[in-house]
Design a protein around this ligand. Structure first.
Ligand code: ATP
Ligand code: MG
Length: 326
């Protein structure tokens, strides 16, 4: 039986966070044997926020190394930079013409990021979901593994694909989001009502943080004035720590709650810190090793570009034919 296609991406907008790992890229590793996977570093999406060029370059390259360090096999999967495949932008323009302002206006990411970057509410921030739809649709992805925050963008991608297919006949595979509930939405440690984002300055565990720093960030995590350990909407800080623990230890939330039932907040934080340190240690070690493999990495980057381009080119040609471009 033919394997189904999976597509997902991560922006090179900073050092990846524990949320990115537990909610997204760890799941990529779990999927690589069962599916045909295409993973991209969404460096074009990262441009929606103004960046220092040398820093963007570093974040992008480090992200590539990190994807290998977490255990993605560059032969089994296609791993590439979005900006290396020009078809993404071409298809995005075409799809812009099949997307309504009203649809884009409803996107919560646009609202959140407009607030956060009120001095730079650019058109790219607004049309971000259209570029994301182009990413996914170029590769006939059936599944898109993401964190819960991207569900709305996969929905709009489905709407665009269905709309296009209705007008021109079967062209795009309509994708489904795949959300792994346990790590789907890791919250900021200082503001547990807000998701952890790699572009935030505080309350974030970055995958390259040293053990001492990880422990001190977790020790400083906001909790509540109660002393009982269980998940509840009115205990967002404790719920988040339990989620991190269960996801890092690969156990259920119920098992985690049981384990901490007779423990105090201090013990919870120590255990969560240790679990995260243990989880990240091998990744950090592998990342450092890969930093010395420049030629090997350069070769992989080129291969990724070639493999992705081949698929994207065919799809874009088909789209152009369908809509009547010569
Ligand atoms: P930025 O702040 O620049 O948007 P980000 O941390 O939101 O960065 P993205 O590159 O936008 O990261 O998203 C990459 C993947 O990580 C997506 O699948 C997204 O759903 C997932 N993700 C992001 N934040 C979290 C989180 N806090 N918990 C779980 N998954 C997350
Ligand atoms: Mg994001």
């Amino acid at each position: 039986m033919e394997k189904k296609n999976v597509y997902s991406a991560i922006q090179s907008s900073g050092i990846p966070s524990l949320g990115n790992y537990l909610g997204a890229i760890k799941n990529w590793v779990d999927m690589q044997n069962e599916y045909n996977c295409i993973f991209s570093i969404a460096d074009l999406h990262s441009l929606t926020v103004r960046r220092e060029p040398s820093q963007l370059r570093k974040y992008s390259r480090d992200m590539f190394l990190l994807l290998l360090a977490i255990g993605l096999d560059p032969e089994k999967n296609i791993i590439y930079f979005q900006s290396h495949v020009h078809e993404h932008c071409e298809l995005a323009w075409i799809l812009n013409c099949y997307t309504y302002m009203g649809e884009l206006n409803r996107m919560t990411q646009f609202k959140d990021k407009s607030q956060k970057h009120s001095d730079n509410i650019n058109a790219g921030l607004f049309t971000y979901p259209v570029l994301m739809a182009a990413d996914i649709l170029l590769y006939d992805a059936e599944y898109v593994p993401t964190g819960a925050d991207q569900k709305q963008h996969v929905e709009i991608c489905r709407n665009i694909a269905n709309r296009f297919n209705q007008i021109y006949g079967d062209t795009f595979t309509v994708p489904e989001p795949l959300i792994n509930e346990s790590g789907a939405k890791i919250m900021n440690l200082q503001q547990p009502e807000k998701k952890m984002s790699k572009s935030d300055d505080t309350g974030v565990i970055f995958l390259f943080d040293e053990p001492n720093l990880i422990m001190s960030k977790i020790k400083r995590a906001v909790t509540d004035s109660d002393s009982k350990i269980y998940c509840s909407p009115d205990k967002p800080g404790i719920t988040n720590l339990l989620k991190i623990y269960s996801s890092a230890k690969k156990i259920s939330i119920e098992q985690a709650e049981k384990f901490f039932a007779d423990k105090n907040y201090g013990q919870l934080k120590t255990c969560v810190g240790e679990a995260v340190i243990e989880l990240l240690e091998p990744i950090q070690k592998k990342f450092v090793e890969l930093q010395n493999e420049k030629d090997y990495i350069d070769k992989l980057i080129l291969t990724g570009k070639q493999r992705a381009s081949e698929i994207a080119h065919k799809k874009l040609q088909k789209v152009k034919r369908k809509i009547g471009l010569i």
